[in-house]
Design a protein around this ligand. Sequence first.
Ligand code: KG4
Ligand code: ZN
Length: 343
Amino acid sequence: MKVLGIETSCDETGVAVYDTDAGLRAHALYSQIALHAEYGGVVPELASRDHVRKLLPLIRQTLAEAGLGIEDLDGVAYTAGPGLVGALLVGAGVARALAWALEVPAIGVHHMEGHLLAPLLEDDPAGRPQPPFVALLVSGGHTQLIHVEAIGRYRLLGETLDDAAGEAFDKTAKLMGLPYPGGPQLAMLAERGRPQAFRFSRPMTDRPGLDFSFSGLKTQVLLAWRDSDQADRTRADVARGFEDAVVDTLAIKCGRALDAAGCDTLVVAGGVGANKRLRARLQAMAEQRGGRVAFPRPAFCTDNGAMIAFAGALRLQAGQHDDASVRVTPRWDMASLQPVASG
Ligand code: KG4
Ligand code: ZN
């Protein structure tokens, strides 16, 4: 089954074709980062308009790269939420219209389920991590530990009480004067920083529980940066101290979550999953425990169409689809999803 996936929930237009027999056939991404940079954040109306401009050309490009005609598609999957309502409606409208014209089923995918399943998307079905496992979702909007009892059955084990991990990266980068979007830039800077030059706390690791809090850490960095000489070398050292604190905190809680759920497999997804030090740290932890950790390739950690095509394909293949109305769900609890029958 060949499924077209469309992602337009925020500031990236992503398109891909996933084939349930042959795997990922092609994918393309257009990032609006430059468009929003001068405003220091995503401007929803500008995002919607840019999705309108870019989506159809990207669909044509992706199909051409896959060597497919539009009539070869057997289904369409699109991000139906959570996200910016106007941006979501662009993807949903195009997906629904295509499915209607081609007389194929279409399904609205939960954006975070897309992220969560991305670590599975490039394995062949036999080598894929099988539920139950624990997922760490770390993006600009979410920091969650989830017990994946089955595909589609998600139980929240812990989440952030304030800032998401990616948001903490972005805000910390901003307060040290790095350009938007700061997370990846801060991580690059941290590579040059000395470990232990600055030591920040590992929030909420001194007590039991699986929740996170990153806003206090950001304040600690702010104070340390203000009182420093603000030299380039210091900026790198502070970045390293901050990154180590976040990575350590995430790793400690992942270990606890695996214990709590009785699992030995961890999957990691979302933009912060692209962080090199986090990947190395979780890999080492998994090896030490005799378990396994799965990540998507870095390009599929951040928003993309491939994860939506894949998550949609699993559901369409199991016989699920939505009715023909164009509907999006800007706020959507993952626990309310339908499980996907395996087989
Ligand atoms: O999943 P994503 O693309 O968008 C959301 O749905 O939020 O994640 C974006 C987030 C941003 O906060 C960005 O700063 C962060 O992921 N991020 C990183 C890295 N690459 C992206 N954070 C730390 N290290 C990175 N290498
Ligand atoms: Zn995302």
